[in-house]
Design a binder for this molecule. Structure first.
Ligand code: FES
Length: 195
């Protein structure tokens, strides 16, 4: 296996069309990447809280021994407002309830106003509109981003890479990103609930 390719070794494939998000009131759209059972989600920050021209620093750039080529992330789509993240908590690998839109801290989910996504297992909190940085709990690093490309002529959205280029077969470890023993599921779309 040649690991020298780093992020360039990730596949590019279509994960959605812009109509998939436009036809739903839900700001979240699930897909699998890069493995077929590895849950990720698109998030439209315009639909979530009215943001346009979303842009933030890639919190993994030059950090965590990850050779990311992307110093910043910009949203895609007609309003430059769509980004994507892994739906697997980087603490111990629980699946994050990104489709649960709630504001109550006692009910883990995604808070639409703060954009904080709360892991139900041990309380890690990731602020999505800051690139998934950790704002609470035991997660050792930010929620991995999925890098996107958008084809204006067709509306197709492609995943082209991620900040999570390695897996662990043991647990718990400090570098667990994806646990192959855990049974992940890709939620159906549209998938939002409001708690
Ligand atoms: Fe998410 Fe522990 S697995 S906080």
């Amino acid at each position: 296996v040649n690991n020298n390719l780093g992020l360039q070794g990730f596949p590019k494939y279509k994960v959605a069309n812009i109509k998939d998000l436009q036809n739903s009131s839900c700001p979240v759209y699930f897909f699998a990447y890069p493995l077929t059972n590895e849950p990720c989600f698109l998030i439209d920050f315009n639909k979530l809280k009215g943001m346009t021209d979303v842009e933030f620093k890639n919190p993994y750039y030059g950090q965590f021994r990850i050779n990311s080529n992307y110093p910043k992330v910009v949203g895609v789509g007609p309003k430059n407002s769509i980004c994507a993240f892994s739906a697997i908590c980087v603490h111990l690998g629980c699946q994050l309830p990104a489709q649960v839109l709630v504001s109550s801290p006692s009910y883990p989910g995604l808070n639409p106003s703060s954009t904080i996504l709360h892991c139900p297992c041990h309380g890690s909190m990731y602020m999505l509109d800051q690139g998934g940085v950790v704002v609470g709990g035991p997660a050792p690093r930010p929620l991995p981003l999925i890098f996107l490309e958008y084809d204006e002529s067709t509306g197709d959205i492609y995943a082209i890479g991620t900040n999570a280029p390695y897996f662990s077969k043991t647990r718990p470890t400090s570098n667990l990103i994806y646990d192959p023993d855990y049974s992940y599921q890709i939620p159906k779309n549209p998938a939002c609930t409001t708690g």
